[in-house]
Write a protein that binds this ligand. Structure first.
Ligand code: GLU
Length: 305
């Protein structure tokens, strides 16, 4: 299996580069707009500690919304079920930064993976302490899960989004007006922008995802129930208004980010990280989604098996 999977990953890498059908990089964050879309990497972490790779699996990229999975894990550790009074668990069917939706939902965001919902979970993490302590908790979780201390925030990306993230500023202010933001909007926003600016390689991200996939021989950082629940949310809400299509095509929980990363979970079998910065119309990695679909077919991995 391992050799066959390694051969497949190499073939997939060659095929994707030959096709050259990359999509467009996110241009609303200037620092991300400068990135060459013609890049691809994949890492598959397996039970027992092995990681198979192809392409630019060691290249660091901005994990952006993939960070929301780990901030949620931290919040569940801190306050548990109480978070669900402030944010829901339903797919949104709308853009990741929809303001219209927040009006309709009366300030209680549909789920923790759309921007408004992630602002609420980050707000919870920063309550009662300084932003740098909240960020240290998220970084600490990622480093412990990946068993790798070399995971950091890209300050230039954080600055870039702080200077231009007007929609998120609007969402935070709107949440505040509904009484669903405990801190000053600029405190929660600053923490959120820095959390999104964490940079990791596919190898690091695949290793961090092992705690959600529940792979044997990895750090025990989440109870099986929490890992299952995070996976369920990734399945239903991890790709914004493209979540249904992703579930249909891939059949595994996944979380995307506008940096072009996808964390994919095959419970008990593998944790997979894919990166290709060109996006599709939903703001999800175009070639990353394609690679996830091909990998799921090749391996037969599915939560519906
Ligand atoms: N930092 C990005 C934003 O808030 C994250 C969005 C994403 O990765 O989908 O707009």
């Amino acid at each position: 299996m391992t050799q066959a999977l390694e051969d497949f990953l190499r073939r997939l890498d060659r095929e994707i580069r030959a096709a050259g059908d990359w999509g467009e990089v996110a241009d609303y964050i200037p620092e991300l707009a400068r990135i060459d879309p013609a890049q691809f990497g994949i890492a598959v972490a397996l039970p027992g500690g092995g990681v198979l790779t192809a392409g630019q699996a060691g290249q660091r990229f901005s994990i952006q919304s993939v960070s929301k999975v780990f901030s949620l894990a931290c919040v569940l550790g801190r306050i548990g079920e109480q978070i669900w009074t402030r944010v829901g668990r339903e797919p949104s069917g709308r853009r990741f930064d929809s303001i219209l939706l927040l009006e309709q939902e009366q300030g209680r965001p549909h789920n923790p993976f759309i921007n408004a919902g992630a602002l609420v979970t980050t707000d919870e993490l920063v309550t009662g302490r300084a932003p740098k302590e909240a960020l240290a908790e998220i970084l600490g979780f990622l480093r412990a899960a990946a068993e790798d201390d070399d995971i950091h925030i890209d300050k230039a990306v954080a600055r870039s989004e702080t200077e231009t993230g007007y929609r998120n500023v609007a969402l935070a202010n709107y949440l505040k007006s509904f009484g669903n933001l405990k801190n000053a909007p600029e405190i929660t926003l600053g923490t959120y922008f820095h959390q999104c600016a964490i940079e990791m390689s596919c190898v690091q991200l695949a290793r961090a995802g092992r705690v959600i996939a529940g792979l044997p021989g990895t750090p025990q950082m989440l109870t099986p129930l929490k890992a299952r629940r995070i996976s369920a949310l990734m399945m239903m809400c991890g790709h914004y208004d493209g979540s249904g299509d992703f579930a249909f095509r891939v059949g595994l929980p996944g979380k995307s980010g506008v940096g072009g990363g996808i964390l994919l979970i095959a419970p008990g079998r593998a944790s997979i990280a894919i990166w290709s910065p060109g996006l599709n119309g939903y703001g999800n990695s175009r070639m990353g989604s394609y690679a996830a679909e091909r990998l799921a077919r090749e391996t037969g991995w599915s939560v519906f098996a």
